[in-house]
Design a protein around this ligand. Structure first.
Ligand code: HEC
Ligand code: HEC
Length: 629
């Protein structure tokens, strides 16, 4: 095992290309971006591989959730279809990435799969709560049907036999199996919080669901006891522990994607977050309070063959993996990082000898790409969905002497963004690994605030341990900012955030852009609920006896004041209660795991309100109301 680990560590490290952007008024969009900073290897296995000596069985691309699908005719690459979350348009491109047709689905539309036999695409309309079925022809896209889903559909996968379509929903936390032809619901299963991608194995016998916050991947039986669920914890324990003295705990976060290679190997990219590093005495003032980057990027190979689940974790160079594609013909896995625009090809991916083959930088001189989708064409080229430019880039690989070199051709921007220019600059900056916003570009805002939400972690910052707050829908009119209310306005808060993250700094324009983007994010949606219970909870919240709205008042449920409660902070800002269902745990120190726990036993904060006398039913009613905010 050690020999193998060592072998992989010598993979080339094309990093620290040292272009440090001048922080003067050039704006975000015009910077030349390169992967750099955090000295991560391209691909380095940290454990014994789970694969065997033979390549896994080919798995159709439509068996896993993606933002792009290739359209091929035998060997011919005919183009692609992609869903643009920003504008909400489904686009069809030709082989050079130019627009052939587009079809509006809805802003925020998330993922798609494409059935090449039926020539049908299935797209999740996240805000419209439906799956749209689209006929894809040589020169057009036409809506054929729409199936209603639970609230906030995201992930989508079609079984290899094309008889079952699986859809994950975020607000309602469910997995639904549809008949893809009739739209009839076959069965439904409850999921944990913040599910995202879904994938089905080559033999159609199991499905996997990825999550942003649970640190697990869930496996579901699709044969035998259908719907039976198994949680597998992703192994996020930090490896180099300095002789055991540094007992830091790691958490697996931000798994947007999941994919099977064959029947028994699932791939789950994740981010390892270490919110409290080292001992308090060696507090370095940085997030996590240590010296090492508190966030690193990983790919878990989960082997399901034997009775025991095996797991091999690799460190990867891709910052925030949102997209993967596996070419079963050549056993090559492609992995792309949203934050640093690297595309890494891994050879013998499903086997014991998986290793980095080559890497390509996806941005061009003018723009970052922000890859969120990858697809393999019939000719082996890779189509990339660039979410920042709303365009398709094609990567062609050629063998030169003994190495493989990838070259990128960029297609034009295909649709107009739904954001204005300033918001869009903030959107890119929020997701980019960049030395301006964090030390060595190791952290992006979206590393801890994915989609403007929270990672559910409590970070050591200077002398305190502070929970990551939800930003989406929660920053307009909720000044002051930070748990201690120390920042009077959002711009000040962003400048201080960047300083804490160890970034070289952002100028006023940069702060304005980030603020404009964060302010534009829609609040997390709440699950459908019984209205009577919610009404009872609302009455309690507003009653003189309970008196929550004496502080949590107005549209954002805050009095914009700080209060001296009993806890680790002398004064605490009254937080907005928007998006509570998506923001567990609670309180500045994250000491209350759930809302009922907070109302029942206070966590570690005392003196907020008289909740001791509430009956279990009243707590349930109040919780139901709070979770709708
Ligand atoms: C390492 C995880 C992490 C990263 C990376 C991160 N944040 Fe945060 N964020 C936090 C935590 C923890 C807090 C609470 C800190 C406090 O209250 O002092 C916070 C607080 C905030 C707040 C205050 C919100 C409020 O309602 O008071 C804003 C705004 C914010 N972050 C924006 C950003 C932006 C923009 C970026 C990128 C430049 C970013 N964050 C990067 C973890 C993170
Ligand atoms: C005296 C003003 C005040 C009153 C009254 C009050 N709160 Fe709070 N609330 C606060 C403050 C301040 C915090 C932050 C405390 C901390 O984190 O240390 C807070 C935190 C919370 C949080 C955690 C939010 C998060 O994102 O972690 C919830 C939920 C909450 N309050 C709900 C309620 C409910 C329900 C009631 C009525 C039973 C109530 N509050 C009454 C001031 C108040």
């Amino acid at each position: 095992m050690t020999t193998r680990a060592r072998r992989f560590q010598f993979v080339a490290v094309p990093l620290t290309l040292g272009f440090i952007a001048a922080a003067s008024g050039t704006g975000w969009a015009r910077m030349v971006m390169r992967p750099r900073g955090f000295a991560a290897p391209l691909f380095a296995l940290e454990d014994t591989p789970v694969g065997g000596l033979a390549a896994a069985a080919e798995t159709p691309a439509y068996a896993s959730s993606n933002a792009i699908a290739a359209i091929s005719d035998g060997q011919l690459q005919l183009g692609a279809i992609a869903i643009d979350e920003d504008s909400g348009a489904l686009v069809r491109t030709n082989r050079t990435g130019k627009l052939v047709a587009s079809l509006p689905i809805g802003v925020g539309a998330a993922q798609l799969v494409y059935d090449p036999q039926a020539k049908l695409a299935y797209v999740t309309d996240r805000r419209g709560d439906r799956v749209i079925v689209v006929e894809v022809s040589a020169n057009g896209l036409k809506q054929k049907a729409a199936f209603a889903t639970d609230l906030e559909p995201f992930g989508i996968a079609l079984a290899p036999d094309r008889q079952t379509l699986l859809v994950t929903t975020i607000a309602d936390r469910s997995l639904t199996a549809f008949n893809p032809i009739t739209g009839q619901v076959k069965w439904k299963r409850a999921l944990a919080a913040e599910p995202r991608g879904v994938a089905i194995s080559a033999d159609g016998k199991r499905a996997a669901v990825a999550y942003l916050e649970t640190g697990t991947v869930d496996f579901l039986a699709l044969a035998g006891e259908v719907g039976q669920l198994r949680h597998v914890a992703l192994d996020a324990s930090p490896r180099n522990r300095n002789g055991g003295e540094n007992a830091a705990r790691g958490y697996a976060r931000n798994s947007f994607a999941v994919q099977f290679m064959g029947d028994e190997i699932a791939l789950v990219p994740f981010q390892r977050s270490v919110p409290v590093q080292g001992r308090i005495s060696e507090n370095t003032g940085s997030y996590g309070g240590g010296f090492a980057p508190p966030i690193t990027q990983h790919l878990a190979f989960v082997g399901l063959g034997s009775d025991r689940v095996n797991q091999a974790v690799a460190q990867v160079n891709n910052h925030q993996v949102r997209a993967m594609a596996w070419d079963g013909k050549t056993d090559t896995l492609y992995v792309a990082g949203l934050g640093n625009d690297t595309l890494v090809a891994i050879r013998n991916a499903s086997q014991d000898g998986a290793s980095a083959l080559t890497s390509v930088v996806l941005n061009n001189a003018a723009n970052r790409c922000g890859p969120t989708g990858l697809a393999i064409g019939g000719d082996g080229s890779v189509a990339v969905w660039c979410s920042f430019t709303r365009s398709v880039a094609n990567v062609f690989f050629t063998e030169r002497s003994s190495s493989v070199v990838g070259s990128v051709t960029h297609g034009p921007s295909l649709v107009a963004s739904s954001m204005n220019e300033v918001q869009h600059q903030g959107f890119v900056a929020f997701h980019a690994s960049d030395v301006r916003t964090s030390s060595a570009g190791a952290l992006a805002c979206s590393s801890c605030h994915p989609e403007g939400r929270a990672d559910g972690l409590t970070w050591r910052i200077e002398k305190n341990e502070l929970q990551t707050p939800v930003l989406a829908g929660r920053v307009v009119g909720t000044h002051p900012y930070k748990w201690d209310g120390g920042d009077k306005d959002l711009q000040t808060s962003l400048t201080s955030t960047v300083r804490r993250l160890g970034g070289v700094g952002i100028d006023n324009k940069g702060a304005t852009a980030l603020a404009a983007y964060v302010e534009s994010l829609p609040r997390p949606r709440a699950a459908a609920r019984g209205t009577d219970q919610v009404a009872r909870g609302k009455a309690l919240f507003e009653s003189a006896a309970v008196g929550c709205n004496s502080c949590h008042d107005g549209a954002a449920y805050t009095d914009n004041e700080t209060h001296a409660l009993e806890g680790t902070l002398t004064t605490v800002d009254t937080p907005s209660l928007i998006g509570l269902a998506a923001s567990a745990p609670y309180y500045h120190d994250g000491s209350a795991a759930t809302l009922p726990a907070m109302l029942r036993n206070h966590g570690a904060v005392y003196g907020m309100a008289e909740t001791d006398k509430l009956t279990p039913t009243q707590i349930a009613d109040l919780t139901a109301f709070l979770e709708t905010l």
